[in-house]
Design a protein around this ligand. Structure first.
Ligand SMILES: [Zn+2]
Length: 240
């Protein structure tokens, strides 16, 4: 399967480049913290930290080539390969054009996308759903992953001024009680780290021979990017 064929992804991961004019831009809103407990502090701080990093045009170029299209609403790189290239990006709660977008952690690594698509093709999601039904501790951890996701996006919404009213309570990947898109769940696990989402951890373990954030298997290089071909704009010496 072509790793660049993102038609294999599910609805959560499907329409980042949906085009067209939508409603008026969201006006800035006040957000009260529904997820105010200290157990959510770290995930809000993670959102703050990620969005503090200026969006590097090299990363945007690379993600465009990873996805085969421009990553609309991309706010930041959320996770990187050992080599430094983006694996997942952080996306605005409302895309340009006013389109609500719940999948705030979006998997971009072609290698990860391919591995997860193959895993899904083997019917693993049914196994994971069964385990959720049989294991209350796992179900509770998965429910907490859902809350972490919502807390994270709430912070994104606060920082960007985006409204969340069309996606209130909606996270991604089928959470809190279904397993619908391992791409979206893995993206959360890569962004928030091990332990944040048990299904993401299980997915990572299942594909470790094909994908591992600590082992670079990237097929794309920054240097392939045309905009870099004749520039030292980003501090890279031409010819190196
Ligand atoms: Zn890499």
């Amino acid at each position: 399967m072509n790793p660049h064929d993102h038609r294999t992804q599910h609805s959560d991961q499907a329409d980042l480049t949906h085009s067209g004019q939508g409603p008026e831009p969201q006006e800035e809103r006040q957000y009260r913290y529904r997820f105010a407990g200290p157990e959510f502090d770290w995930v809000r701080q993670l959102a703050d930290h990620l969005l503090e990093q200026p969006l590097d045009p090299r990363d945007q170029d690379l993600v465009t080539r990873q996805l085969g299209r421009f990553p609309r609403g991309m706010l930041a790189v959320g996770a990187r390969c050992a080599c430094g290239k983006p694996l997942a990006v952080i996306t605005r709660p409302v895309l340009p054009g006013g389109i609500p977008f719940p999948t705030s952690c979006y998997l971009t690594s072609p290698e990860a996308v391919k591995a997860v698509s193959q895993l899904e093709g083997q019917g693993i999601m049914r196994d994971y759903a069964n385990r959720l039904a049989e294991d209350p501790d796992l179900a509770q951890a998965y429910g907490h992953a859902h809350e972490l996701y919502l807390a994270f996006r709430q912070e994104l919404a606060r920082l960007t001024g985006d409204g969340e009213e069309h996606i209130a309570g909606i996270s991604a990947g089928g959470m809190p009680d279904r397993v619908k898109c391992l791409h979206a769940l893995l993206a959360q696990g890569l962004v928030m780290g091990p332990g944040s989402n048990p299904i993401a951890d299980m997915t990572l373990a299942a594909i470790e021979d094909q994908f591992d954030a600590a082992v670079c298997r990237c097929s794309l290089d920054y240097e392939d990017t045309e905009t870099l071909a004749n520039t030292t704009e980003f501090g890279l010496e031409v010819g190196q």
